[in-house]
Design a protein around this ligand. Structure first.
Ligand SMILES: [Cu+2]
Length: 166
């Protein structure tokens, strides 16, 4: 499911105003002036389920995700699994690097939530245990093709898909 939203982010900056012109020295603090700047972020939101309860039938509910370059992506991953082995997350990597990044993720281990330090890794979510959900937010990378997958050991072959940035 894809939902477009626009969020206005108001940034407040405190600017110290100079004191009044007349008068001599005053002990009062300069009055702050609030300057508001508005920065617009365009969000593309997706709801993704991790379904299945065995190594054979576990999968993501979407195989392809398409976003616009320059937008912000929010993926809500809901783990529908009930089996204790159904521990999932979602990682985004450069196209063609999934196997390598998945291997490094296993080396990174549970202490690092199976998130490796790797140049081809674009974004990574926290772990969602069975019945839990996690949200991954990131700025869409440059136009091109990417892959997403679950980096929990043994899952990356079954649980994967593609991210297209247009
Ligand atoms: Cu998984």
């Amino acid at each position: 499911m894809k939902i477009y939203t626009k969020t206005l982010v108001a940034a407040c900056i405190l600017v110290a105003a100079s004191c009044g012109p007349s008068e001599t020295k005053t002990t009062a603090e300069p009055a702050p002036v609030v300057v508001q700047q508005e920065e617009e972020k365009i969000w593309e939101e997706f709801e993704l389920s991790a379904t299945g309860n065995t190594m054979q039938d576990m999968m993501f509910s979407e195989k392809n995700i398409t976003v616009e370059e320059g937008s912000w992506v929010r993926i809500e991953l809901y783990n529908e699994g009930v089996d204790p082995a159904m521990i999932h997350n979602i990682l985004i990597c450069n196209y063609g690097t999934r196997k390598e990044v998945a291997m490094k993720a296993i080396e990174a281990g549970a202490d690092n939530q199976f998130i490796p330090n790797h140049k081809d890794l674009v974004a990574a979510s926290d772990i969602a245990n069975p019945g839990e959900s996690v949200t991954l937010e990131f700025e869409a990378p440059a136009k091109g093709n990417y892959e997403f997958f679950c980096s929990y050991p043994g899952h990356s072959q079954m649980m994967r898909g593609y991210l297209f940035v247009k």
